[in-house]
Ligand binder design. Structure first.
Ligand SMILES: CC(=O)N[C@H]1[C@@H](OP(=O)(O)OP(=O)(O)OC[C@H]2O[C@@H](n3ccc(=O)[nH]c3=O)[C@H](O)[C@@H]2O)O[C@H](CO)[C@@H](O)[C@@H]1O
Length: 368
């Protein structure tokens, strides 16, 4: 029996907040099979599609509008947020939670408020380099703040007391030996074992500008012996790819087993979502980052540190053209030493043990 009997987890809205929650829940269950795990969600959030199928109890609380700024949120906390907080409190009481662990997204604020009112431990985990509004609100109520990556000077004040624990990753990715898995992964996708592979994935939704640039470069890449594994995004209109290519170009709408894509690849082309940054860094996969140009440059700020550490390259969305890709990808894939140096730099920046490090942090917070 571990030190915890019951834990309430909250995080929702986008996958970026739910995936680390699930990886953490799995870790908790592995280490402490007797602990009761309850998750909070709102009726329409993506959490409804991801959490129950993973085998965790999801309780609904009412949705409300998250204030745009942290100060506004505290000064004029809307009635609907308190209503949601009361509903979160009911769940916390019913399951006799020892701690609330939040991963951000609007569903976590009612959890933080309810736990604060009960003077019980709150732990916040932030995946993005710049913390989101929900977590910044929560940070007013606790000093138990864990972050996925070292913070940057701009966040020094908000994250003064934060501990860097890494990002909880799915076991299939955290435990991946991509070189040992390479041949099997390439065979799985019908790729040739002997030619380099560029793996393209634009985050959980896909990215149209990336799709267009890569399909535009398809002929030239293929003529130079580069195979492409391209996840276009389930919600994106598929971009046509030339059919008469001399080497395989495999296009998919979505890939549930991302570890197979990572294992097949020599080089990745990706957005800068926090989970993607954490995953490719942890497994040491050299990556060209094309951050989503909006949302307050959040993705650029996620990708920049690993790029500055030598783990990849960064290109602005507007500059990603087929021509840029050909000029960058072809020489890189012909330079195994450079790829290997990037791989080592990425792996030194990333970490695979974020789930266990966060669990230890939670144990400490509860014991305090
Ligand atoms: C446009 C936008 O606002 N994006 C945000 C969103 O990113 P978004 O959710 O798009 O991207 P992330 O990179 O954080 O996460 C994507 C996750 O989906 C998985 N995956 C992806 C494609 C696929 O086919 N199969 C699959 O399993 C990846 O392995 C990864 O675990 O949340 C992130 C975390 O808060 C933020 O950093 C991003 O800025």
């Amino acid at each position: 029996m571990g030190p915890l009997r019951s834990v309430v987890l909250c995080g929702g809205g986008t996958g970026g907040h739910i995936y680390p929650l699930l990886a953490f829940a799995d870790c908790l269950r592995r280490h402490d099979p007797g602990v009761r795990i309850t998750c909070l969600g709102t009726p329409k959030g993506l959490e409804n599609e991801l959490i129950p199928p993973a085998g965790y109890d999801l309780r609904q609380i009412p949705a409300y509008q998250l204030p745009r700024s942290v100060n506004m949120g505290l000064v004029r906390t809307p009635d609907r947020m308190w209503k949601a907080a009361r509903a979160a409190g009911k769940v916390i009481d019913e399951v006799a939670a020892d701690v609330v662990v939040g991963f951000g997204g609007y569903v976590s604020v009612p959890g933080y408020l309810a736990a604060w009112r009960r003077e019980m431990p709150i732990v916040i985990h932030e995946v993005n380099v710049p913390p989101g509004v929900a977590n910044r609100l929560g940070m007013k109520f606790t000093k138990n703040i864990a972050v996925g990556f070292p913070h940057q000077p701009a966040q020094a004040e908000a994250l003064r007391d934060a501990r860097v624990v890494g990002v909880p990753l799915r076991r299939g990715i955290a435990g991946l030996d991509r070189f040992a898995m390479r041949a099997a992964a390439r065979a799985h996708f019908g790729l040739r074992p002997d030619l380099p592979v560029l793996f393209v994935a634009g985050g959980s939704q896909g990215a149209r500008s990336i799709n267009l640039a890569v399909s535009g470069a398809a002929k030239e890449l293929s003529r130079n012996g580069v195979q492409v594994l391209h996840v276009m995004g389930a919600r994106n209109e598929p971009v046509p790819v030339p059919t008469d290519l001399p080497v395989p170009y495999v296009a998919l709408p979505y890939l549930s087993e991302m570890e197979l894509g990572y294992a097949a690849a020599d080089l990745m082309l990706a957005r800068g979502g926090a989970m993607t940054c954490a995953e490719v860094a942890a497994i040491g996969l050299p990556t060209i980052y094309v951050p989503y140009p909006h949302s307050n440059q959040e993705q650029k700020r996620n990708a920049l540190p690993v790029v500055e550490a030598g783990g990849g390259l960064l290109v602005d969305d507007a500059e990603l053209t087929p021509d840029w890709l050909e000029r960058t990808v072809l020489p890189l894939l012909r330079d195994p030493q450079r790829l290997s140096a990037m791989s080592h730099a990425a792996a030194a920046y990333g970490r695979r043990d974020g789930d266990v490090a966060l669990l230890n942090f939670v144990y400490e917070a509860v014991a305090r």
